[in-house]
Ligand binder design. Structure first.
Ligand code: ZN
Length: 153
């Protein structure tokens, strides 16, 4: 377990120092902003969704702590290439992993599991979920979807 934790920590630090997809898309099909007042994390998520409802590109900008930045970076990596339905389902599973009653991970979430230890620090959970809530708002904003934007946090 200690070794696994060390690997997870390394992964989080790596994504913090070299965030992936850390750019503003020039013409996103949808975008959303998120803010975590508890920590001061701010993020903007950009999506490029094609006619087949596949997330062709996803990127983010913003400034925040190591956990929020690493979580956003990991989120863009796993969501890229997914369908809208798959992206929503990943949100649900990640959210369950971070805030659910049980510590059990719903299924193999791969490297996203690196963030599961953040559960033990409740005040940082919102840092880890910020990018995902912002992703969900951007998915909801997609013109083909329901226009309502979730502000749930
Ligand atoms: Zn934070």
């Amino acid at each position: 377990m200690t070794d696994l934790r060390a690997i997870y920590q390394e992964l989080i630090l790596d994504h913090y120092r070299k965030p992936r997809n850390f750019v503003a898309l020039e013409s996103p099909t949808s975008q959303a902003r998120g803010h975590n007042p508890l920590c001061g994390d701010r993020i903007e998520v950009y999506l490029m969704i094609d006619a087949a409802k596949i997330v062709q590109d996803v990127a983010f900008q913003g400034a925040g702590c190591a956990i929020s930045t690493a979580s956003a970076s990991l989120m863009t990596e796993v969501v890229k290439g997914k369908t809208l339905a798959e992206a929503r389902s990943l949100f649900d599973e990640f959210h369950e992993m971070m805030t659910g009653d049980t510590a059990a991970v719903p299924r193999d979430l791969g490297k996203l599991e690196a963030l599961s230890s953040v559960r033990q620090i409740p005040i940082r959970v919102k840092c880890a979920t910020l990018a995902w809530h912002t992703l969900k708002a951007a998915l909801d904003e997609d013109s083909s979807q329901s226009p309502s934007i979730s502000t749930e946090s």
